[in-house]
Design a protein around this ligand. Structure first.
Ligand SMILES: Nc1ncnc2c1ncn2[C@@H]1O[C@H](COP(=O)(O)OP(=O)(O)O)[C@@H](O)[C@H]1O
Ligand SMILES: [Mg+2]
Length: 366
């Protein structure tokens, strides 16, 4: 069932479109992230969903009812949504339990019902033992959990979170994102989560909308986004990769220095293509003579190591191709150590060449 439906949502400031024709649907209980660099329009989109900003064009429906359009908006307090910001504010003069029950008291729910809902929420977020503490007696992570608990206790139809973890240090951030995921799984609240951190979005989302300059570049599951990016921006933003420009020539893709059969199931007209080759799919073999090793299913190219960085769990190599063209980056296991300047064979598995943009095909489809 569709809970939240954004259609052609646009917000202009003068001639500048902060949000440019965004359409998406959230199903009941879904966890969706808006992911993109700073300034791409994430917060503006979230604030339109919350009812703080009136769209210039487009509509928002909640459970089939229109709640936003250029003609007017249902105010935030009547939307049954909870929003959590980067700088979470919990009341310093209230205990944890009082903080979590705050919104429920504002709604004038019966006392015993409030007590039950607070207890239940504190149990799930594992704050029960801290119920009588004041914020000053809590760590930063515990305070953030209280802010989450307070939002969840209201049992909103939709939870909105705007970079809630960006003020926390790296370890705590990882712990808290696990916590957010656990709370989501427990309560099943439909959630829109804003972040500029792709690993955070990958770890907790059912689907991710990759946004650039106010537009959705790709809306997909984390797995599909990583393995089948459909635009240059999405391919670059999700994980590290080699983006290689080339040309389709019949059933082959031709690049500077090498060529490969076009991936099965693709068949654009001849013309420019863009492929993605993940660094960890490349294999390096020492090169001592001119006889290329035979590696089934792989293109094997002569090259050399231009630079390398040790990252603990892997080596990061910059490679140049003897045949010319742009260099490639490769990732290698820590125990396989190729010196800078050493000659290598670079094996590119044909299956690792992922077609990102097949320009003539895309034009034909329009
Ligand atoms: N009230 C405003 N007036 C003019 N420009 C704005 C306003 N609010 C946001 N913007 C611009 O819209 C763009 C998107 O902002 P925002 O949604 O906050 O981005 P994000 O949350 O992705 O970092 C930015 O370029 C920002 O400067
Ligand atoms: Mg923002």
């Amino acid at each position: 069932m569709t809970v939240l439906d954004l259609k052609g949502l646009t917000k202009s400031y003068g001639s500048f479109k902060a949000v440019d024709n965004i359409s998406l649907r959230l199903e009941d209980g879904e966890f969706l992230s808006l992911l993109g660099p700073s300034g791409c329009g994430k917060t503006t989109t979230l604030r339109m969903i919350a009812g703080f900003i009136t769209p210039t064009e487009g509509t928002i429906h909640l459970d089939g009812e229109e709640i936003s359009s250029p003609r007017g908006v249902v105010p935030p307090e009547r939307r049954h949504m909870s929003m959590i910001f980067q700088s979470y504010a919990i009341w310093p003069n209230m205990t944890v339990a009082q903080n979590v029950g705050f919104g429920l008291r504002m709604k004038r729910l019966p006392k015993d019902r409030i007590a039950r809902q607070v207890d239940e929420t504190l149990r799930v977020v594992q704050l029960g033992h801290l119920a009588e503490r004041y914020p000053a007696e809590l760590s930063g992570g515990q305070q953030q959990r209280v802010a989450l608990a307070r939002a969840v206790a209201l049992q909103p139809k939709v939870m909105l979170l705007d970079e809630p973890l960006s003020n926390l240090d790296a370890n705590l951030r990882e712990e808290m994102r696990g916590e957010i995921k656990r709370m989501h799984d427990e309560f099943g609240i439909t959630t829109v989560y804003v972040t500029h951190d792709q690993s955070e979005a990958m770890a907790i989302s059912d689907r991710i909308a990759v946004i650039s300059a106010g537009r959705i570049e790709q809306l997909d599951t984390p797995y599909r986004l990583y393995s089948r990016p459909t635009t240059r921006f999405a391919a670059e933003f999700i994980g590290r990769t080699n983006l290689v420009d080339g040309r389709r020539n019949g059933a082959r893709l031709e690049f500077d220095g090498f060529s490969a059969p076009a991936p099965a199931g693709t068949g654009g007209a001849d013309g420019p293509v863009l492929v993605s080759i993940r660094p960890q799919t490349l294999r390096l073999v020492p090169r001592t003579d001119d006889i290329a090793p035979d590696i089934p299913g792989a293109r094997v190219l002569p090259g050399s190591v231009a630079d390398r960085t040790f990252l603990g769990e892997r080596w990061d190599y910059g490679l140049s191709l003897a045949t010319g063209g742009a260099g490639l980056r490769a990732a290698g296991p820590p125990e396989e150590n190729f010196e800078t300047g050493s000659a290598v064979w670079i094996a590119i598995p044909e299956r690792a060449i992922v077609l990102v943009e097949d320009a003539p095909l895309m034009e034909a489809a329009e």
